[in-house]
Ligand binder design. Structure first.
Ligand code: TXA
Ligand code: MG
Length: 390
């Protein structure tokens, strides 16, 4: 259906990156005239702008920045995972994030800014630690939780007295923040409780037709979400493990705790599966196998055989060196290669869902240093308590 809107004049599109020329199809793309497209005329279309991840084209970034400033939703790559961005100081735009993701309003968002200079107005207090951490880890995969200022809407913080802030390192995220000139609230760009997206097509799998724009900057490099560090209450405490590890933080801060329930402990998971937040999950039921590598391999092979005999299709998450047959096997990297495993883990979960397997048997990587802590955490959450110790 052709929609003719005489009062909307689109500027000629100057991008040369596959941008689409089309009339506004969502209300966020309209100028701020107060006019709203009737619901039946809103088309479920999400535009995709493909950019050079190292030097994103200015026209594409300017267009995405404009959508954000006007209250729209733009998914963009960060070095960790793709984020679903909205104007952090616009409560209406923020509510759209929760609607698009089907995320409970009780789950607060991370605010992204271009540099530490942009943090002061968002917080009630800027402890010295932030400067030290910023000098070492920003831009990068570290989020800090600080007492918030009145500028930050309740919608962003889920009514908490604190706000989570990070300065991302990805050139696309940095260019977008610079062009938009606003703080950008951005959770991971997936439907609530699905694995975070590490590629633009993952974003489209979950959010196509629900958001205005996706900037496709290729696969993200880290692959798991940022470390969340609480600086608002006493001893700095890791709420979510990520690429900036406790050991790295201890090089800058005298003391760093890890909140117990931030790390899903495998033994605890066995004892109280019902208490576990189910997060980062594929649709198929995932069981995690931890322990001695040879014993894990034997047990997975046995369980896969039993599942297949029971008529179920089986997906296996394996290391490069593992040998399995008869199932859909996805290899995430050599068993010691934490960087490869982290960067491929979520894509592996999505691949197995796309393949339509009934169950996923995942080899654990429990004792690896560095990113290994975050990998074990995400796998245990995906398993939601189904952890087999070998
Ligand atoms: O790497 C990342 O952090 C990605 C990219 C897009 O930046 N973002 C991300 O956002 O993972 P999200 O919304 O999926 O996860 C944010 C985490 C949640 O666990 C949330 O509970 C926590 O940060 N969080 C946000 N605000 C908080 C606050 N004020 N206090 C404690 N935790 C908070
Ligand atoms: Mg998330």
């Amino acid at each position: 259906m052709l929609i003719w809107l005489p009062y909307v004049r689109l500027k000629p599109d100057t991008t040369n990156v596959g941008a689409c020329h089309r009339l506004p199809t969502t209300n966020h793309q309209l100028p701020a005239t107060g006019y709203r497209l009737p619901a039946r005329m809103v088309q479920p279309v999400t535009d995709v702008l493909t950019v050079n991840p190292d030097a994103p084209e200015k026209g594409a970034i300017a267009r995405a920045a404009e959508v954000l400033r006007a209250g729209g939703l733009v998914a963009f790559p960060t070095e960790t995972v793709y984020g679903l961005g909205a104007h952090a100081l616009d409560p209406v735009a923020i509510r759209r994030i929760f609607e698009a993701k089907e995320r409970p309003a009780t789950d607060p968002l991370i605010v992204h800014v271009g540099s530490i200079d942009r943090v002061a107005s968002l917080v009630a207090d800027l402890p010295d630690e932030v400067g030290k951490l910023a000098a070492r880890f920003w831009p990068g995969p570290l989020t800090v939780v600080l007492a918030r200022s009145h500028v930050v809407p309740d919608e962003v913080t889920a009514g908490l007295a604190t706000v989570a802030i990070r300065v991302p390192a990805h050139p696309v995220a940095r260019a977008l923040l610079a062009a938009a000139g606003i703080p950008i609230a951005a959770p991971s760009a997936n439907l609530f409780s699905r694995p975070s997206p590490t590629r633009a097509d993952h974003v489209l799998q979950d959010l196509h037709g629900r958001i205005d724009l996706v900037i496709d900057g290729g696969p993200t490099s880290v692959g798991v979400e940022s470390t969340v560090l609480d600086l608002a209450r006493g001893v700095p405490t890791i709420l979510r493990p990520g690429a900036v590890t406790r050991e790295m933080l201890l090089e800058v801060l005298p003391r760093v705790d890890i909140r117990e329930d931030a790390m899903v402990d495998a033994a605890g998971a066995m004892a109280s599966p019902g208490l576990l937040a189910k997060h980062y999950s594929p649709r198929a039921r995932l069981t995690l196998y931890e322990g001695d590598a040879a014993a894990v391999a034997t047990r997975i092979a046995d369980d896969a055989r039993a599942q297949i005999l029971g008529g179920r299709s089986v997906g296996i998450i394996a290391a490069d060196e593992d040998q399995f047959d008869g199932a859909h096997v996805v290899r995430v990297g050599a068993a010691h290669d934490v960087a490869a495993i982290a960067s491929r883990l979520y894509a592996a979960l999505r691949e197995l869902d796309e393949a339509g397997v009934d169950v996923i048997l995942a080899r654990g990587f429990p004792a690896l240093p560095g990113l290994g802590v975050a990998i074990a955490d995400r796998l245990r959450r995906a398993a939601a308590g189904r952890v087999v110790h070998c």
